[in-house]
Design a protein around this ligand. Structure first.
Ligand code: 13P
Ligand code: SF4
Length: 315
């Protein structure tokens, strides 16, 4: 096996030779983030995929992120380090069941979280991420009937924020649903000065305890701008890497899952990607994302609508 320094050198060489860039989500291993050309949340990764002039994108995230990049940039080759890097939230919304739900509500506008397959996006009017979900819902008339899928926690949070009554798909992320309220109460007792920062994929009882609720980039920005010194972070702990880099003097404590034998609540899908797999996928040019063109044409429209509304509001 190659040493870490050699792998890093090879990745840099292959990127130059193949005119490739790597985009990494905040939940990736620190070393995968460190060699990335851009690190960001789901929205930023989609925006970069749409605008890059590179020939090749290595999307260091999960499958739906690679798919979104390919939908937006079909002329580019898109690789992901591990084809098994799925998403429990996307899995909680099979396209055939979602299609039946949408057909049963013909007068509803369909909003889907980006954590969905291309087939679900193709059934959708507007895609959202956790960064822009409120903004996009707010952009629709007050009396518009809306289906929101697949994350019932994010949808419920947006319903509470906006006073809407969107019809929610019953899906969720196994990582964010696994955080323990009791262990969060204990952490707060141990660190009374800490502010609680939570991702809106968490259930409502956890969000109620948060001082700030937002996407990964919003949590990072909040901690960076805050004068507070200590934070309990209720999302996948990969985000702590950028939080610590941007805030060397501050203390970040990961929230605990319900499983009492571990203090760590990682997304096993995100963590399938390793530095070595990034190197191997650049070297071997696989695994590669392919999408049927007829499906892509349907799936790109709601993503472009999201990007247009976001750009209009400076996101
Ligand atoms: P954001 O990147 O929008 O914060 O979402 C987190 C997530 O679950 C990605 O899978
Ligand atoms: Fe999917 Fe949850 Fe993992 Fe994000 S953290 S990729 S929503 S399973």
């Amino acid at each position: 096996m190659l040493k870490k320094e050699e792998i890093i050198k090879n990745i840099a060489r292959l990127k130059r030779e193949k005119k490739a860039i790597s985009l990494a989500h905040y939940y990736q291993e620190s070393e995968v983030q460190d060699i990335a050309d851009f690190v960001g949340d789901s929205l930023v990764l989609a925006q970069w995929a749409a605008k890059t002039t590179a020939d090749v994108i290595v999307l260091c995230g999960v499958h739906f992120m690679g798919e979104t990049a390919k939908i937006l940039s079909p002329e580019k080759r898109v690789f992901i380090p591990d084809m098994e890097a799925g998403c429990s939230l996307a899995d909680s919304c099979p396209a055939d069941a979602f299609e039946a739900f949408v057909k049963a509500h013909p007068d509803y506008t369909v909003i889907s979280y980006v954590n969905t397959t291309a087939a679900v996006k193709a059934l959708t009017d507007i895609v959202v991420t956790s960064s822009n979900a409120k903004l996009i819902v707010d952009s629709l008339p007050r009396d518009e009937k809306i289906i929101f899928g697949p994350d019932k926690n994010l949808g419920g949070y947006i319903n509470r924020l906006t006073g809407r009554n969107m019809l929610l798909w019953d899906g969720g992320c196994h990582v964010h649903e696994r955080f323990s309220v009791e262990r969060l109460v204990d952490l707060k007792k141990m660190h009374p000065s800490a502010l609680v920062l939570a991702h809106p994929e968490c259930p409502g009882n956890l969000l109620q305890m948060a001082d700030h609720v937002g996407s990964t980039s919003s949590i990072l920005q909040f901690a960076t701008r805050s004068k507070n010194e200590k934070f309990i972070v209720v999302t996948e702990p990969g985000i702590l890497h950028q939080m610590r880099l941007a805030n060397p003097g501050k203390v970040f404590i990961p929230a605990r899952p319900v499983d009492s034998d571990t203090n760590c609540n990682e997304c096993s899908y995100m963590k399938l990607n390793t530095l070595e797999k990034v190197y191997l996928c650049l070297e071997n040019e696989r695994p590669e994302i392919f999408i049927d063109e007829a499906l892509r044409v349907k799936a790109v429209k709601p993503i472009e609508r999201m990007l247009e509304i976001s750009a209009k509001h400076g996101l």
